[in-house]
Every structure is written in structure tokens, then in C-alpha cells.
Write a protein that binds this ligand. Structure first.
Ligand code: G
Ligand code: G
Ligand code: MN
Length: 445
């Protein structure tokens, strides 16, 4: 008689002893996924069929873990895996990469649209409530996908494309993304390398500023300039300003960038001497709560530029992300004598409550409204109404994005005080600004 081996509780590992023990959710290493993927790609080699990779990530999984614990979270993941397996066609492979991430491999796509349909199907499957330990749950997912458009693509690259699509979705706060939706230049410039080069450029003072004039609509007099960041990376070429800002924000470099743009402004102001005009600098919402920046701006003696000549432009959205903090910081700026301007007005969600109390001196109406005044009576009405409201509150009104004489006059009729845009001038390098000022040939009504 063969004696059965018996296991006593003391033989078990601590994990197995604990009552939450094994939920039976096994993740698969990426290496194994790549093997499966490569097999699918090889199987299609002599056919026109393509392979699709769909990464499905549960949003805020850390919140589920932190609020309900591992056991609960793992049961949810297990239910989701089960649903996907049951509801997707059997030729489709669903693999759990982690508790929060699944990869769905589609072996035989005929056209790209099928990938989109598969993504919709996955959303439909995931959407209905999950019931875990007596509680109902809605799971939200972010999806990144790729497919073998390029017939020669290998599994690791196809997987990377899906990962980069998922990243793009997160960065853009999109629900989903397929790799060929990503703008080409974003694929060409790897974020981490760009971040490193930006860090170096900041250390070496390579970030430049250009200046776009603002003129009084009635007199045509230059009342100031807006400084706009410019940078040509020696490695990647000219980088769009919004990409510079996004890279700086994500890479923890935004404070340095702000110091540099403020420094550029101060330096230029001094160099312009008798031609100097007030300068507006854009402030990223990320730097608003930074005490070091506040101290820097507050140290009047290092300026060599009267504080009164500085305006800070902050977008309406930035104001509203943290209104209390914004209110506090802006009051401090105000006490220092610095002017504040609410940028891109009309596109965010400011409440009248804040508009009433926030210590700003100026509103810049978003160019989307300004630009469209020529074509649309409603946009004229919006600009007119914003101007009237702003004047009632004692604020100056700027129309940005004025591109022709007609818009200039419409802005004037709508009651705007100042105009800015290509029609007056493009943003100018510092030396050209002085020349432009000397020539004095910009439009006057
Ligand atoms: O010229 P333009 O393409 O430069 O600018 C694009 C966007 O980038 C604008 O919305 C502008 O507000 C923003 N921007 C330009 N320069 C700066 C800067 O120095 N700091 C911040 N935070 N934003 C800037
Ligand atoms: O968001 P902010 O106001 O800071 O944006 C300034 C941006 O608008 C810069 O990118 C600048 O180059 C751009 N810009 C300035 N004048 C015009 C214009 O007349 N038309 C268009 N389309 N863009 C303009
Ligand atoms: Mn601006």
C-alpha cells in the first residue's frame, strides 16, 4: 500500500497559509506572450492576414487595491478575464499580463477596421457591472492597440507599438488609441531622449524666447509683448512649444523652464533699454504652487525690470484646477505689483464666482472665437459679451489670433482694448522686435 503524502499546515508557505490564499489568477510573462505573438505572425506569413494586439488596462487599479484590498481586486480581474474569454471568439487569445492589464491577440485581421470593431466589442464586454463579494462595480479601461500593417514586423516591435499607443492614450487622456493614430513626429521623438536633451539644454541656457507684440486697437500703440518659448534641439530639430512644455511638465523640468523664460524676459527687457515694453510670460499650471518661483519673482532687487512691466498669463483651465490655491498665489503676485492675465478665455470652465473675486487685470479671449468672428455672428456676440462683462469688472480685454484687417475691426467693434496676432506681427526674435518697432509699419486703424 502506497502511503499518501500528507501536508500539514506548517509545510505551507506563509502566503498559502493566510486565508486569502490562492484566487487562481495567473499572470503570464511578457516573454511567453511574445512567443505566442511571433507564432501568429509566422502563421500569417504567406497570407494577407494581419495580427492585432490590444492592451486593455483597468483604470485606477491602485484605487481598487487601496480601497478594497488584494483579494477583492484579484477576484475582479479574474471575472474580467473570464468574461473576455467567454464573449470573444475562440480564435482570439486573452492573456493576463498583470492584475490590471490584459492583452488580446487577434490572429487574422483582414482590414484595420476589424481592429476598431474588436476594441468596441471589448468595451461592450467590459462595460456591464461586475459583482464582487456583494458589491457592484463598473470597470473603466484604457486601450492601446497595434496591428501588423508592416508585414515584416516582429513580435517585440508589434508589442512596443501597442504599448506606445496605450501611453499616448494616457498622455492625451483618451479612452483608446491605435498605434497609427499617433502623430508621426511623436513616434520619431522618443520622450525619454527628448527629456534628457531638454534637461541638458536648460542647464546650458539654450532655451530661447520670441516676442509677439500686442497693440492698442484704437491708437495702434505697442502696449507690450507676449514671450513664447522656442527651442531647436541639436538632436531632434525644432520642437513645437506645446511639446516643449509637455516634456518639461512630465519630466519634472517645468520649474527650470519657467525660470529660464522669466530670465530671458528680464534680460531682454534690459537689453531693449529705451525701447523696452511690458512683457507677458506664460505660466504653466504645474508651477503655480511652487514657493521657490514665488520667492524668485518676489526678489525685486535682482530684476532690473520694474515688476509693473511683468504680466503672468495663466490659462483659465489652470485657474480652475485649483481655484483656492490660485486665488492665494495670485493675490500674492498682485501685492508684488505683478499683473495677471487669464489666457485662452472662453475655453475652460471658470465660474462667475471666481471671475468676480480673482485678482486679475486682463482677459485674453481665445483665438477660436476671435478667428471665427468674420464668419459667425454668434462668435461676434460671444466676444462682445465677454468684453462687456470684463469691462464691467474693470478688466482689460485682449483679442488674440487676429489675422486680418476685418477681424481687427470686428474686435474693435466688439469692444476689445488690445489685439495680438499674425496681422500685427508674428512672434519675433528679440533683435527683430527692435527693428520692427523702428520701422513702425504695422497696421493702424
Ligand atoms: O507660439 P506658440 O506656438 O508659441 O505657443 C504654443 C503654446 O505654448 C501656447 O498656448 C503658449 O501659451 C504656450 N507657451 C509658449 N511659451 C510658453 C512658456 O514659456 N511657458 C509656458 N508655460 N507655456 C508657453
Ligand atoms: O495660448 P497662447 O495665447 O499663449 O498662444 C499663443 C499661440 O498662438 C502661439 O502658438 C502663437 O504662435 C500663436 N499665434 C499668435 N498669433 C496667432 C495668429 O494670428 N493666428 C494663429 N493661428 N496663431 C497665432
Ligand atoms: Mn498666452
Amino acid at each position: 500500500m502506497v502511503s499518501q503524502p500528507t501536508t500539514s499546515i506548517s509545510d505551507l508557505s506563509p502566503l498559502e497559509q493566510c486565508e486569502c490564499g490562492d484566487i487562481g489568477f495567473r499572470t503570464v510573462p511578457r516573454d511567453d506572450v511574445l512567443c505566442r505573438l511571433q507564432t501568429m505572425l509566422s502563421a500569417n506569413a504567406d497570407t494577407p492576414l494581419m495580427v492585432g494586439v490590444v492592451l486593455v488596462q483597468i483604470n485606477q487599479y491602485q484605487r481598487i487595491l487601496g480601497s478594497y484590498g488584494y483579494r477583492f481586486a484579484a477576484m475582479l480581474s479574474k471575472m474580467m478575464l473570464k468574461r473576455l474569454n467567454e464573449k470573444l471568439p475562440s480564435k482570439v487569445t486573452v492573456i493576463p499580463l498583470s492584475l490590471a492589464e490584459f492583452v488580446v491577440l487577434l490572429p487574422d485581421l483582414k482590414i484595420r477596421q476589424q481592429l476598431g470593431l474588436a476594441i468596441n466589442k471589448i468595451r461592450q464586454i467590459v462595460f456591464p457591472l461586475f459583482s464582487v463579494l456583494g458589491s457592484s462595480f463598473r470597470v473603466n479601461v484604457t486601450i492601446g492597440a497595434s496591428y501588423s500593417v508592416d508585414r515584416a514586423v516582429q513580435a517585440p516591435e508589434l508589442m512596443r507599438l501597442a504599448d506606445s499607443a496605450l501611453l499616448h492614450a494616457y498622455d492625451g487622456r483618451l479612452p483608446q488609441c491605435i498605434h497609427d493614430d499617433i502623430p508621426a513626429e511623436e513616434n520619431e521623438i522618443p520622450f525619454l531622449a527628448l527629456q534628457l536633451d531638454l534637461e541638458r539644454a536648460l542647464a546650458q541656457n539654450e532655451i530661447g524666447s520670441v516676442f509677439q507684440p500686442k497693440v492698442d486697437v484704437h491708437t495702434g500703440e505697442v502696449v507690450g509683448v507676449e514671450s513664447l518659448v522656442r527651442w531647436t534641439s541639436p538632436v531632434f530639430g525644432a520642437i513645437r512649444p506645446d511639446l516643449i512644455i509637455a516634456t518639461a511638465e512630465r519630466g519634472g523640468l517645468i520649474n527650470d523652464l519657467t525660470f529660464q523664460t522669466l530670465n530671458n524676459a528680464i534680460l531682454q527687457y534690459r537689453r531693449w533699454g529705451e525701447n523696452a515694453v511690458p512683457i507677458a510670460v506664460n505660466l504653466s499650471p504645474e508651477v503655480i504652487p511652487d514657493p521657490a518661483l514665488m520667492r524668485f519673482i518676489g526678489r525685486r532687487n535682482i530684476w532690473g525690470m520694474p515688476v509693473e512691466a511683468l504680466t503672468l498669463e495663466i490659462t483659465e483651465t489652470a485657474f480652475m484646477e485649483n481655484p483656492e490655491k490660485a486665488m492665494e498665489v495670485f493675490s500674492e503676485f498682485n501685492e508684488m505689483g505683478i499683473k495677471l492675465s487669464m489666457d485662452d478665455f472662453g475655453t475652460g470652465y471658470s465660474s462667475f464666482e471666481y471671475l468676480k473675486n480673482i485678482p486679475i487685470q486682463e482677459i485674453k479671449i481665445d483665438r477660436a472665437f476671435v478667428d471665427n468672428m468674420r464668419n459667425d455672428r454668434k462668435d461676434r456676440l460671444i466676444v462682445h459679451t465677454i468684453a462687456e462683462l470684463a469691462h464691467g469688472l474693470g478688466l482689460r480685454v485682449i483679442a488674440e489670433g487676429v489675422e486680418d484687417a476685418e477681424t481687427y475691426h470686428l474686435a474693435m467693434e466688439a469692444g476689445c482694448d488690445v489685439v495680438q496676432g499674425y496681422f500685427i506681427s508674428r512672434p519675433l526674435p528679440p533683435d527683430e522686435f527692435v527693428e520692427w518697432l523702428r520701422r513702425g509699419d504695422w497696421y493702424r486703424p
